[in-house]
Design a protein around this ligand. Structure first.
Ligand code: GUN
Length: 298
């Protein structure tokens, strides 16, 4: 069997067209344009690329973007000052502080300061708590992107066994909450999964991954998931983006796994474009929350 490719670029394009219409309607109704403020500290090349992609995506859908660049020797207190200023600026709908931050900065002090109503990454404890209680005001971008690509290809996870490799705050943990939730804004097929979260210390990982109807790789190790770890016919979602001498590589050993799975996301062109797209959606949600216009849970 050669798996069907889950095309993240095409899916992202389709969703961005929908967001563009919603942004135009919001701007017409309120006379204001949703605005994303991105903060980039230091010279990390991968972060610079991500931020540039986010700015380009904003432009495509009619969202304003601001880029705040700070030197790599920025202190926590300087970054705190900037976040406070952005919190108070009524022209700023959403704030994104690009990670990783340089080592001298206290990440949590900065991220915890972002006003939860402008927290388009959904990293703030208030937003994590709301998500865990099944009443999110923002959905975390990458986990939401994973659900969207499954949704757009009519793949159901309900009643299925799902395994997530990786327990990060950004992907593994929130994705497990969403996949195992009682309901979903995307309908009954995108929840009610029985989810196992594995990690680097999980013994006999293949015995667990081989049970997965839906296998999500989010561990940040190139080609970590090999064909012998995958149940024939499984849906395989690769969240990894690893820069190697061979270029960008996912967490899945793509070619051999493609021969075992029923569906698979490529890298690049899989989940990555959806992460950026869901950030756009969250920026519009943030603008709505601040204007109290057409606010509905995501
Ligand atoms: N760095 C890698 N992924 C992310 C993300 O989703 N949000 C932010 N702010 N930084 C990141």
């Amino acid at each position: 069997m050669t798996a069907t490719l889950l095309d993240g670029r095409a899916t992202a394009q389709q969703i961005q067209t929908e967001i563009k219409d919603k942004v135009a309607a919001f701007t017409d109704a309120t006379g204001t344009t949703p605005t994303l403020a991105a903060v980039l500290v230091g010279e990390d090349p991968a972060s610079a690329v991500y931020v540039r992609n986010k700015e380009r995506a904003c432009r495509k859908v009619g969202i304003n973007s601001q880029l705040h660049r700070l030197n790599s020797d920025t202190t926590t207190s300087q970054l705190v000052d900037l976040v406070q200023q952005l919190n108070e600026d009524p022209a700023v709908s959403g704030i994104l502080v690009q990670l990783p931050l340089p080592g001298q900065i206290d990440d949590l002090q900065v991220l915890d300061l972002i006003d939860p109503i402008k927290d388009v990454d959904a990293f703030h404890p208030t937003n994590v708590g709301l998500l865990s209680q099944g009443r999110p005001q923002f959905l975390p971008c990458t986990p939401h992107g994973v659900l969207q690509v499954l949704h757009r290809y009519d793949i159901s996870i309900s009643g299925k066994t799902s395994v997530i490799i990786g327990r990060s705050d950004i992907v593994g943990k929130p994705l497990a909450m969403l996949m195992g939730a009682k309901d979903s804004h995307l309908g009954p097929d995108l929840c009610n999964s029985t989810v196992t979260v594995c990690h680097s210390r999980t013994p006999d990982l293949p015995s667990i991954t081989k049970q997965a109807d839906v296998l999500v790789a989010a561990i940040g190790r190139p080609k970590y998931v090999t064909a012998d770890m995958v149940k024939p016919g499984a849906v395989v979602v690769d969240v990894g983006i690893n820069r190697t001498d061979d270029g960008l590589v996912g967490d899945v050993d793509f070619e051999p796994v493609r021969e075992v799975a029923s569906h698979i996301t490529p890298v690049p062109g899989g989940v990555g474009p959806l992460t950026v797209t869901m950030l756009l959606e969250n920026t519009l949600t943030a603008a709505r929350l601040q204007k109290q216009v057409g606010v509905a849970s995501p």
